[in-house]
Ligand binder design. Sequence first.
Ligand SMILES: [Zn+2]
Length: 433
Amino acid sequence: MHIHKNFNTLKSFAILLFPTVLSPNILATPIGDTIENEVHSKIINKPVPINNANSEFTSLQSDVKDTLLIDNTIKHPDIAQFLSPYNYEYKIKKGDNLGLIFEKFHLRYSDLMRLMESDLNFLSLDTIMPGNVIKIWKTKKSNKLLRLELKLNLSDTVSYTLNGSSYDYNTYSDPGTWKESRIKGKVIRTLSGSAKKVGLSNSEIAQMTALLQNKINFSKELKKGDQFEIIRKTQYINGKKTRNHEVEMVKIQNKGKTYSAILHTDGQFYDGDGKSLEQAFNRRPVSKRFRISSSFNPNRLHPVTKRISPHNGTDFAVPSGTPIASVGDGIVILTRKHPYAGNYVVIKHNNTYKTRYLHMSKILVKKGQKITRGQKIGLSGSTGRVTGPHLHFEMLIKDKAVNAMTTSIPSGTPVPPLEMKSFIENKKRLDAI
Ligand SMILES: [Zn+2]
């Protein structure tokens, strides 16, 4: 009880210090309003079907287990020292938020702030969904958080381990095994109705039409009897399907012609001749006249702690109120208020690329909104923990931060001549599946 009181004292104190911290987002917003995999679908604004989100975790108990946590799933050398009867496993429920979860386990508010500070470069805590499993290791008397592990899905886990006064961030992925399958169908009334019948998801249908939108007029030209197919790659772990899957090829037969989209090793789709089917990206979200004040640096040393503290984005020196433009077409999958990242927006461009825009003074878009390249999504500012106004811009390829100023971005150019041979070989391989 004593600790609980302390938490509340800290919380009220923190409201004074960080008015944004406990207001609408992060700590107070219920978890569970994002379905990453269905992001292209029209149902984005509907509530998450909790049973769906939970389907992968049916074997886990939903309530707090106040018993010894024995972890058979992941073996890390640093885990053993934390095993004690005061560790917990908890499955996130709809309506939960990190503040509530910390309160439930009598954890300290100051540790929550520290945890979020450590998460600033990754923002994994903001992707928590119902059904995710959190494991907590804490000290018996003082309820100090020693380690928090978050299982995002069957294959991906992130962990935060106390190291001095901050938490070290780590990710663990089980590569599992991938199986490829071909799913075929014929248009009976509508493409989406017929595609759903053979088992394609909303996001796969959206992807199929987005890729071939310049080749086929889907509202007028697609006729009864036209054929469609995809090759889908699905991840399995211990014989169970994970949430991870990827479309490798799309084909539609329309008016006697076959149109295809083939995924290349660069994560981009090309037609059968190797011509790009991707909408081009801009490299910068702000005008060229603004200088870069801090570059992407995965090995940046923290000036005080001397520990590696990656800078996973590019900072642009922009005065407050500067318009920020999305670098490509996409869908807003997250808008948040974060005590350290400030007001930020995440845009999913396709299954490979995402971008994040931090420290905004104003967010001008809503989750689920479709965005076109160059569209204004917000105004720059100095929200979160910053020394002055700037835009921190991140590009993620398959959820890994890359240097947006140098990485290969969709530019509408064909498969490079040197890669053409492997592209054709892969196309033949997919055709034969
Ligand atoms: Zn930055």
